[in-house]
Ligand binder design. Structure first.
Ligand code: ATP
Ligand code: MG
Length: 360
């Protein structure tokens, strides 16, 4: 490794001086460097030599030029790139902060407002890039860098550049593109025609993790995560963290829909859905009243065996735990399913007799 960084130092002499290593991912090593021409600190990424050999330097550098055209306050734009002595390197503005991965490792769950601010900033970056026909393909906490309250999206266009330049030879490097915890189902199944909705899925998965403290699907192996991703529904955010507003819960669930046709059509639509609904953590009096009436009505309907009423109430976020298997069949159900309706409220209302048939 020392030999590697010495060779990089030597080949970049006169243009960049390398100060120290900042980190390393699956594809590259990142160095804190000084751009001698402009006398500024930058982040210099050097591709893994075996990957560079497979990709072909010129082809890769041509592909990443797409990302150099992106100019947005929340996108880390490519500022230089080149190849020397078998190395392929590219230069990005230096972010003197931490990655969202670092912050999550420390805090596990973020404050709602903070999670939403990060999501909205990244969504605005995506809206802009999607409008220019560029899909990120690798949205994950490692690629979101935080600097003085601003979230910056890194590695735009890199996943595609590696895929396009590497073609079938990529398997030789053992590199798997995309990260299973944040990959859309269509990306996980190898769909070549990914569109904006794949990035929206990944951003939904990142927001889910910021609020829940864990990604929507986890597993010991990539295959285990992908199997869940294709067949299971993630646990509702409000089940894990009851302070998450219903509107946010529903927006994240829609971003994480298996079929892209069921997701938001654009990052802007996702943001709009996140912004609607009552403020975080508060339940207004009319909403509490509404929930009491619904609780009583659903109770009567449930007792009368109308399972569909349960399901409709669950879908609208009025219940916080799944409908029990026997709901509507035996007439019984745990009334702690109801949001914000305590036992006394529930008993008082249900004995007063709510309508047997309700539309919810
Ligand atoms: N522009 C930057 N400014 C400051 N630090 C950076 C910058 N880019 C990357 N880093 C640091 O380098 C680390 C490695 O980044 P890198 O993009 O190579 O890996 P990764 O995103 O974890 O994985 P992948 O190989 O899938 O991209 C990051 O976690 C981050 O801490
Ligand atoms: Mg990265």
């Amino acid at each position: 490794m020392a030999d590697h960084s010495e060779r990089v130092r030597a080949s970049l002499a006169g243009r960049y001086t390398i100060e120290r290593e900042l980190g390393a991912g699956g594809m590259a090593t990142v160095y804190l460097a000084r751009d001698l021409k402009h006398d500024r600190a930058v982040a210099l990424k050097v591709l893994r030599p075996d990957l560079a050999a497979v990709l072909g330097a010129e082809r890769f550098l041509l592909e990443i030029r797409i990302s150099a055209k992106l100019d947005h306050p929340h996108i880390l734009t490519l500022i230089d790139s080149g190849t020397d002595d078998g190395f392929v390197w590219y230069v990005l503005p230096l972010v003197r902060g931490e990655s969202l991965r670092g912050k999550l490792a420390r805090e596990k769950q973020l404050r709602l407002e903070e999670a939403l601010t990060i999501t909205k900033q990244i969504a605005s970056a995506l809206s802009y890039a999607h409008g220019h026909g560029v899909i990120h393909r690798d949205i994950k906490p490692e690629n979101i860098l935080l600097h003085e309250g601003e979230a910056m999206l890194a590695d735009f266009g890199i996943a595609l550049a590696v895929k396009e330049a590497g073609g079938n030879r990529l398997t030789e490097t053992g590199l798997s593109l995309g990260t299973p915890q944040y990959m859309s189902p269509e990306q996980a199944t190898g769909d070549r025609q990914l569109d904006a909705r794949s990035d929206i899925y990944s951003l939904g998965a990142v927001l889910y993790e910021m609020l829940a403290g864990e990604p929507p699907f986890s597993g010991a192996t990539t295959q285990a995560v992908i199997a869940k991703l294709l067949t299971e529904r993630p646990t509702g955010l409000r089940v894990i963290r009851s302070g998450v507003p219903t509107g946010v819960d529903q927006a994240v669930a829609r971003a994480l829909e298996k079929s892209r046709a069921d997701r938001f059509g654009s990052a802007a639509e996702f943001v709009e859905a996140l912004s609607s609904g009552p403020p975080a953590g508060r339940t207004t009096w009319w909403r509490r009243l509404n929930r009491r009436v619904v609780a009583a009505a659903v109770d009567c309907a449930g007792a009368a065996g109308e399972r569909h009423v349960w399901l409709a109430a669950l879908e609208r976020g009025w219940l916080h735990s799944p409908v029990p298997d026997d709901a509507g069949l035996s007439g019984g159900r745990p009334h702690q399913c109801y949001q914000d309706v305590d036992d006394s409220e529930y008993r008082g209302l249900s004995t007063r007799g709510a309508p047997r048939h309700v539309t919810v």
